[in-house]
Design a protein around this ligand. Structure first.
Ligand SMILES: Cc1cc2nc3c(=O)[nH]c(=O)nc-3n(C[C@H](O)[C@H](O)[C@H](O)COP(=O)(O)OP(=O)(O)OC[C@H]3O[C@@H](n4cnc5c(N)ncnc54)[C@H](O)[C@@H]3O)c2cc1C
Length: 601
């Protein structure tokens, strides 16, 4: 099995040569972080991933998590808890928290770069810590001192698992329909009753406790999102110094297509009328709080998909460098040795496609995490602008690596031919594993409606204006370099098209029903993603071309050439895909709305 799954050089390139990290490192919270600290953190997490995560990737899939009827417990791979504890002990849960809170005060841009490594090594295992990280951050941000003291340290140590318990049978995409109830008790806690489905990390026997950050409705609360509150609902609650069952039971695990080592549980809360929940923050503000965890998890999902796409890329690259098959079209002589498949133009196309998607996705993840550091820790205009850009790009960072990652991994499987379809190689697992990313944390459709229906309209389109200004600054830089002028022009045209199409749709929103305006929101998000990633490729190519012009040599020269060439691939093969999308988005034909359901039944 291939053992390269990520390029640390690539992560460092984005951090040190593409993004302006001085804007993050100059913030008081992050003053201990210099270039050396960034590199050390990435190297450390790579070592941890090599030791604890990557070696159990295939086994976690082959010996999947299961519910043991006899003992009534959920069995997972024995290496999982070791990995979680090692990451907890290494400070990789609650890492963003301040030193006083027990964290590392680590910038999100570094933390998410590290997450890409962990996910590339083994998303099945790393995802457990991502959840605990988000859940502990949520208690820290909005919970009382008592909740903080009781739960957060154990979660940060990797001893207790955290979850996000939102989804119910009738409330998936539509969280306003959550019906789990919470009734105030005399002791100030709430009696919780309801069921939660698909809860990741929701139950397994090797963790001491599981802390469900649960959305529920207090009796008498208003309907819709304004009546949802957030509760800490532990699997075991403490009573008079000992831990007792809190009446959260597992009805079963879902048999999943991929990520089979990563539990998704169907939970029953309060079947025996004995499930206690502890309110986080104020009542009825639960969904608003939960957005903190959801937004972190959306960057996290982008990191997961990009990481899996990266691992698939390196596995297929290795194969392409070892597999001899066929000859060049100009050589029909069967007595001549076969060439390695990496020599074939079409195999190179598939490899370039994978590289452009995985590294484009990683760049997007790093950029959004970078904006989040500024949005949360800077002041004044810088803070406000970064906040707007982050809000605008959150649907993109969630969806682009997920949707295109599916296609990239599929291309990776194709590179291996028949071998790719067998379980002798990890491609078949990556193909199954990555598929979920476009579904959980909000389906791509939901993010399409978010960007088109809310984000680009916010503050009279100021976020989009800011993004276009960022693009323009890269275009201006690239236009001054003879090697990049053509591509600067192409991005200029694409940015103009993005603006025009957005304005067209905004006007449509004023004239027609929301159904019309939003019917192709997913396609709008797709176009938005391609243009954004084109920008990030030009930004990378500008840094790489500058290094080439400054006479980079040896391996470094090859690395930079690879960047420039992949940018050219992206502009030649991928960017043109926005044309049919624009045509569709501007069309007056509303086929999906006008059709009778009966026609497709
Ligand atoms: C493996 C796995 C792990 C998960 N982990 C968690 C977890 O840890 N915690 C948690 O709370 N949830 C979790 N989920 C739930 C996940 O977030 C939901 O499955 C997802 O949000 C979609 O909800 P749904 O499955 O009910 O699909 P639905 O909401 O029924 O959607 C079905 C289809 O209809 C479309 N659709 C829905 N509403 C609209 C609309 N208004 N307009 C247009 N199209 C629409 C959707 O895009 C989708 O294509 C997990 C799910 C899975 C499969």
């Amino acid at each position: 099995m291939a053992n390269k799954y990520i390029s640390i050089r690539n992560l460092k390139f984005m951090l040190h040569e593409v993004l302006d990290l001085s804007k993050v490192n100059s913030l008081p919270k992050f003053q201990d972080y210099d270039a050396e600290a960034y590199d050390m953190a990435l190297d450390t997490v790579k070592d941890l991933s090599d030791t604890y995560l990557f070696p159990i990737l295939r086994e976690m899939d082959k010996k999947k998590a299961y519910y043991d009827e006899t003992s009534g417990t959920v069995k997972v791979h024995p290496g999982l808890q070791k990995a979680i504890k090692a990451l907890g002990a290494g400070g990789w849960i609650g890492t963003y928290a301040t030193y006083e809170q027990g964290g590392q005060q680590m910038p999100n841009v570094l933390l998410n770069s590290a997450r890409v490594i962990m996910h590339a090594a083994n998303a099945n295992a790393a995802a457990y810590t991502l959840l605990t990280d988000g859940a502990s951050n949520l208690i820290r941000s909005f919970g009382s001192t008592a909740l903080n003291e009781k739960y957060v340290p154990k979660m940060m140590a990797g001893e207790w698992q955290g979850t996000m318990a939102l989804t119910e049978p009738q409330a998936g995409s539509s969280l306003s329909d959550v019906t789990t109830t919470a009734t105030l008790m005399e002791d100030g806690s709430y009696k919780i009753k309801g069921q939660k489905i698909y809860i990741s990390g929701g139950d397994y026997e090797t963790t001491e406790n599981i802390i469900h950050l649960t959305l529920a409705r207090i009796e008498g609360a208003p309907a819709g999102t304004k009546g949802i509150s957030l509760f800490v609902v532990p699997k075991y609650r403490e009573e008079e110094g000992s831990f007792v069952s809190n009446d959260v039971t597992t009805a079963g695990l879902y048999g999943k297509m991929g990520q089979r080592g990563y539990v998704a549980a169907h939970l029953m809360m309060g079947e025996q009328d004995d499930c206690k929940g502890y309110l986080v923050g104020q009542e009825h503000r639960g969904l608003r709080y939960m957005f903190q965890m959801m937004n972190e998890a959306r960057i996290g999902t982008g990191a997961m998909a990009s990481g899996t796409a990266s691992a698939a890329y390196y596995a297929s690259l290795q194969y392409a460098n070892e597999r001899p098959q066929g000859r060049h079209p100009s050589n029909k002589d069967a007595t001549q040795p076969q060439v390695l498949i990496i020599e074939h133009a079409d195999v190179r196309r598939m490899l370039l496609f994978q590289k452009s998607i995985s590294e484009g996705g990683i760049a997007l993840v790093q950029l959004c995490a970078y904006y989040s550091d500024i949005a949360e820790n800077a002041t004044g205009e810088a803070k406000e602008d970064a906040h707007l850009l982050l809000e605008l790009l959150t649907p993109v960072v969630k969806s682009y690596p997920s949707e295109w990652g599916n296609l990239a991994v599929s291309a990776g499987m194709q590179v291996l031919g028949g071998a790719g379809y067998t379980d002798d190689f990890p491609l078949e697992q990556y193909y199954r594993d990555i598929r979920i990313n476009a579904i959980y944390e909000g389906t791509t459709t939901i993010h399409g409606m978010d960007i088109l229906g809310r984000k680009i309209m916010a503050q009279n389109g100021r976020a989009l204006k800011l993004l276009l200004e960022e693009m323009k600054s890269t275009i201006d830089g690239a236009a001054k370099n003879a090697a990049l002028q053509t591509y600067a022009g192409k991005l200029g045209n694409a940015a103009k098209s993005l603006h025009e199409t957005s304005m067209h749709l905004v006007q449509l929103a004023m004239k027609d029903r929301p159904e019309v305006f939003l019917s192709d929101a997913t396609l709008y998000l797709e176009m938005f993603g391609i243009v954004t990633v084109s920008w990030l490729w030009l930004k990378q190519a500008l840094a790489a071309q500058t290094a080439i012009d400054n006479k980079a040599t040896g391996e470094e020269h090859l690395f930079y050439q690879g960047k420039v060439h992949t940018m050219k691939y992206y502009f030649e093969y991928e960017l043109p895909k926005i044309q049919p999308l624009i045509e569709r988005l501007k069309s007056t034909e509303k086929l999906t709305l006008d059709i009778e359901s009966a026609y497709i039944n």
